[in-house]
Design a protein around this ligand. Structure first.
Ligand code: NDP
Length: 367
């Protein structure tokens, strides 16, 4: 028996896969034509610019891997066979990167909003939450780079799991549904990658172990649990179950993308039509029609339905594949509470008026 595998000791092979992946992403991110997207204005008035070419980088990598496998240069199943080794290698890498970020941040004399060190003196706290807002390495914005790596890592883990089921002739409807839903979600994410530049993580969190671990370990390895689970478990889905599952995905996708897009469009142009009508606006600042007139965090509802749709293909015999929707439910309720408090503070009576107009937080008539 391969004891290294059981103990999840990172092998040199897994280190090689990681190094190759990061090197590819760094080179592709710098060389492939990109849309240059300005980030939000920082406290000192400066703005970072992000090279949004994740979609092309990902498609090119998929093509290269496909050609490499066809020529017999590599094995597409390697990730699914070395999952635990890769997990531990990525964990150790995240730990070391966070230490390096801490050391570099503490030494920095830079006073710009992006790089000014915030050192509390508590080593664990500073290592966990990070010291600098937007550190970079060789000109690459590390926060943007890590989140891109994590989302792409999730896709390539899934594809390797898919290759493994095809190789062992055990491809099921469940696996096809799970793979298809995740593929659409990840493609959509990279299609709208520029939206990431205004998210909370990018604009407000410093880069420490929490974010590095979240991006590199948590996203790819826990969001793919359903795929790993389906590798070892057989599920028979009825036609009605397949149709119902597609329906949950479709509704989730429409709400998730529609709500995020409406807010994005509204922020860019407060007169932009919402569902073909002029927007209903509270206090000149908050959108109160479309999805944002149904619930104050309708986008979270869409994301939760999507998460559920990724797990439903696994049936209901085990709670394990439901890890992601359960985790997301807890995370988004917590996040929604924090965001409400932040908005109440920022918008004051305008927010109170919005709450009166739209009383539901996430799910109308329930929460
Ligand atoms: P939101 O995109 O909901 O952003 C909240 C902010 O939007 C508020 O702070 C406020 O900011 C603004 N806002 C709120 N209501 C209104 C309104 N009615 N009109 C205009 N502006 C408004 O939150 P997140 O950044 O948390 O989430 C973005 C997406 O990412 C969501 O779809 C979420 O589901 C997803 N997500 C997914 C995770 C995962 O693990 N899968 C984890 C976290 C998020 P301002 O001060 O700018 O007005």
């Amino acid at each position: 028996m391969d004891l290294d595998y059981l103990l999840a000791v990172p092998s040199w092979n897994s280190v090689g896969i990681l190094v190759t992946f990061f090197t590819y992403l760094a080179i592709a991110g710098s060389l492939i034509p990109a849309k240059l997207v300005p980030g939000v204005t920082l406290q000192d008035g400066s703005r970072l610019h992000y090279r949004c070419n994740g979609l092309l980088s990902m498609l090119l990598l998929a093509l290269l891997l496909g050609v490499g496998a066809k020529m017999g240069l590599l094995s597409l199943t390697v990730i699914s066979e070395r999952g635990l080794e890769l997990l531990s290698a990525t964990f150790i890498f995240s730990f070391l990167v966070a230490l390096a970020l801490y050391a570099a941040g503490c030494k920095s004399r830079n006073q710009s909003s992006s790089l000014k060190p915030h050192v509390t003196g508590n080593l664990i706290h500073d290592w966990w939450f990070g010291v600098q807002l937007n550190p970079s390495f060789l000109g690459i914005d590390l926060k943007f780079f890590f989140v891109r790596s994590g989302m792409m890592g999730w896709l390539f883990i899934n594809l390797s799991v898919l290759a493994k089921t095809i190789q062992s002739a055990t491809l099921s409807h469940s696996m096809i549904l799970y793979q298809m839903f995740c593929l659409i979600y990840i493609l959509d994410y990279f299609f709208y990658e520029e939206y990431m530049t205004s998210t909370w993580d990018i604009i407000a969190e410093r880069l420490g172990f929490m974010l590095v671990f979240g991006d590199l370990v948590w996203i790819p390895f826990t969001f793919s649990i359903q795929g790993w689970w389906l590798l070892g478990n057989k599920v028979e889905l009825t036609t009605a179950a397949v149709i119902a599952n597609c329906f949950v995905f479709l509704i989730g996708y429409l709400v998730f993308r529609g709500a995020n897009k409406q807010k994005h469009d509204f922020k860019k142009n407060p007169k932009a039509l919402i569902w073909g009508k002029p927007p209903k606006v509270v206090g000149g600042k908050l959108l109160a029609s479309g999805y944002w007139g149904i619930a104050r965090h309708c986008n979270y509802l869409g994301d939760l339905l999507l998460a559920l749709s990724f797990s439903l293909p696994c049936g209901i015999s085990s709670p394990v594949p439901y890890f992601y929707p359960i985790y997301l439910l807890i995370l988004l309720i917590w996040r929604e509470r924090r965001d409400e408090a932040r908005c109440a503070e920022k918008y004051k009576e305008v927010w109170a008026e919005y709450r009166r107009l739209v009383p539901w937080r996430i799910l109308p008539y329930f929460y």
